[in-house]
Write a new protein. Sequence first.
Lengths: 381, 246
Amino acid sequence: MKMFKKEVFLVVLFLSLILLPSAFGLSLSGAKLGTVIYEPGKVIRNSYTITDTSLPVDISVSAAGLSDFIRIEKQDRYHFDLVLEFPDLLVEEGTYIVGISAQEIAPEGAAGINSLLSVSKMFQVEVYSREKNIGVSFNAPQTNEQEPIKFELDVQSRTYQDIDSIAAEITIYDSYDQEVGRIATAEKPLKALSTERLSASYDSKDMPPANYWAQAKVRYDGQVKILNDSFKIGTMDIALINHTSILNRGFSEFIVLVENSWGNEIPGVYAKLFIDGTEVLQTPSIDLSPWSTGELKGIVKLDIPPGTYPSIIKIFLSGEEKEFPVFLTVTDEVLPEIQEARAEVSQKNQVIIILSSILIVILIIGIIIFWKGRSRNDYGG
Amino acid sequence: MTKFSNAAIVSFLVIALVITLASLVMNMSQLDYVQSMITGAATNTSVGTATLTVTSATAVTLQVSSIAFGSGFVNTTNAACTYCRTSTESGHASGNESCCSRFNNVTAGFLVENTGNENVTLNVTCSGSCTAATFINGTSPLFQFKIVNSSDGASTGKTSNNSRDSTTDTTSSCSSGDGGWNYSSYTTMAASTFDLCGTNGSTEYYFGAQPTRNAMIMDILVQIPSDAITGSAKTATLTFAAASSG
């Protein structure tokens, strides 16, 4: 009888756990609209699904300024379509925010502090200008020396009128703002709401590797937009950006941060460190992606007295080498980051030891219980 | 040590099997909406076209739908009891336990999770009896709320209800970069809208959707004075509203 009661209790507990009420939720799913460009006469239909709730839901749409052209068509209790039906006449230029909301409706007779959920999706409708207008992005790319610079401008129509002509004139300046040269793109027409690319290629043979910037004047039917962008003329070279300047006696890590000044990958880059004329480190090699930075690092062992030493960092790339004279300080003090790292390792070791001990104790107890039970069974049997 | 008979073990297994099968059938029947969200099935046998559409889901989940402090009274037989103060953060106030006669000792606040795949703004609107005077009445009643990160419980162990977070949060779930959740200390409830994370109607979608940073807890504190007028139970309805880009 006692055993039966225990079984009933366990079954009830089991069922209670299984049948515990799940979370209360509300979800509104549908394809993302993002930014909708207003086009006269255009119709957009987007479907939405409401899930996760057991309560009735109120669906609403807010669209100040556009409410006459946006409606909801319910399919069933939890499915509906949002329909945007733009008229042939233009509405006022600007950005309109549209929101679709699903909100739970409270059941009757609830007392206390209750909760409901509401979820919304917001997107914007862009109504472009009646006047001629464009949006432009300008790209002056990083280029290797002796290679042509390919300037590109993406011009997007932001008007409901065709533009007869778009063209750009690009002026190149060096880092001292001295004009280096000019180039013009071809002229093109731009249809309403469409996008065109303007491009021009400039011969960089007289431009030494350095930093430059360019200014693009984009003309469209008598109007102008001006944009700037900076770029580099690169050469197969490595620049030393930073390096470890203080080293501990004994073992410590030495890091050299280098930059690829070239528009192609440079494979097999490594560094050697010489302190007071003696080679103390050669780092493993790395491949540097175009225009990227990378770390060359290794562990150095120093047995020299504390002090400041004239040193040389040699960077090796594609059969060439570059020397950078530097001064390094050797110290006896343990650096704070090393102290932290040691403390962290020590803490981790303690945790591992404690966990291992607990496991061993549990194992021993388990084995003892198993053997005791077995010998009792043997004795009983 | 009590031993189960073979028959009992078999009966447990049969019950477990039946529940598993029933759960399977129920879950499969609830999954029809998934078909409209992600489809990878070929449309016919002669042309192997597969389509994949990932929809944008704006979703929030509540682990607790209501907080019922229940019916009770302030134990005025103890002269020191002028009120009963209780909160979902820590239950009946320390030292005030004996004053809260028969009120439920609730220790689970509203745990709100962003369970969609979009970051959202989150606000809460109270309707009904939203002031202490209307919800409780009497002399110096309190009806307050505060917001805490679900992840705070991991370090302090004080956050109520965070154990029900579906994936334990490890980071602040409102990454506004300007202090995270608003109302992080107890604030008087009102029949109003409170922007909890990001501003309502803006594009400040700061309440994250990543499982380890997608939950917050609203704790409720009430103080019932000894002279609170007895009467019918009052209702305050809190509507948590999440909005995403869509």
